[in-house]
Ligand binder design. Sequence first.
Ligand SMILES: NC(=O)c1ccc[n+]([C@@H]2O[C@H](COP(=O)([O-])OP(=O)(O)OC[C@H]3O[C@@H](n4cnc5c(N)ncnc54)[C@H](O)[C@@H]3O)[C@@H](O)[C@H]2O)c1
Length: 254
Amino acid sequence: MSATGTATMRGLIAVVTGAGSGIGLATARLLAAEGVRVFGFDLREGEMAGAAEWIPCDVGDSESVTRAMAQVADASDRLDIVINNAGIGAIGSIEAATDEEWASVLNVNVVGLSRVTAAALPMLRRSAAAAVVNTCSVAAAVGLPERAVYTASKGAVQALTMAMAADYLREGIRVNCVNPGTADTPWVSRLLDQADDPVAERSALEKRQPTGRLVSADEVASAICFLAHPRQAAITGTVLAVDGGMHSLRIRAE
Ligand SMILES: NC(=O)c1ccc[n+]([C@@H]2O[C@H](COP(=O)([O-])OP(=O)(O)OC[C@H]3O[C@@H](n4cnc5c(N)ncnc54)[C@H](O)[C@@H]3O)[C@@H](O)[C@H]2O)c1
């Protein structure tokens, strides 16, 4: 890892998980606009055409991840960037959580990230600009009601980001995460659709953020791309909040 002030992203190769929708899609588009070749690992192609090459992949399944990474290796001898973004949610307190839900959310959100990165390591090691960025959540840092299982998974993602950053530091592989606040993506639209009063629910979510609005997928993608950029050669083992101040500010109600 060394200072690379003039480095650009042009010509780099990236894997973005969950690239078919929301934050992953916005990240794939931003990376592509920077001249990065993007492979999108997702259950479905979604809207990634034109930004990423879809490789069908379930990050919750080891064989699927191995197959998907082999496809990347067939297409490129090098991989520079891994964006571990695919994730699933869960609503409720610990009383509502079933063993199946615990297993599935931890498997996708935590083990999935580990699986994809471990499979990518042989190729990342051949890169001079290796960077991993994990999509974590403000939930890793603050207690949100009715999000017990999801929050536990994101707390693990944040801790795992630090452990991975330490493990691969000497090999020049940087590992960081972003912690978005509530972001305006299809995920949140689906949640709002389930609410008794979606308009009131959206307004409550907006008010929960000091900025009074939801974070956009593009804003999170921009932070992810910042961390992935080879110019940030000195940044590893950090959490970048993209949450409109939700984690750190206490603003008086007007
Ligand atoms: N939207 C928010 O408010 C918010 C806030 C904080 C963190 N996040 C995190 O951001 C990430 C992306 O969320 P989003 O809001 O863009 O969601 P989204 O539902 O719009 O997109 C998620 C994508 O991940 C894919 N995916 C789901 N399970 C997968 C699996 N097993 N294998 C491969 N792909 C899979 C989906 O098909 C989808 O394309 C998640 O990790 C989420 O926890 C979201």
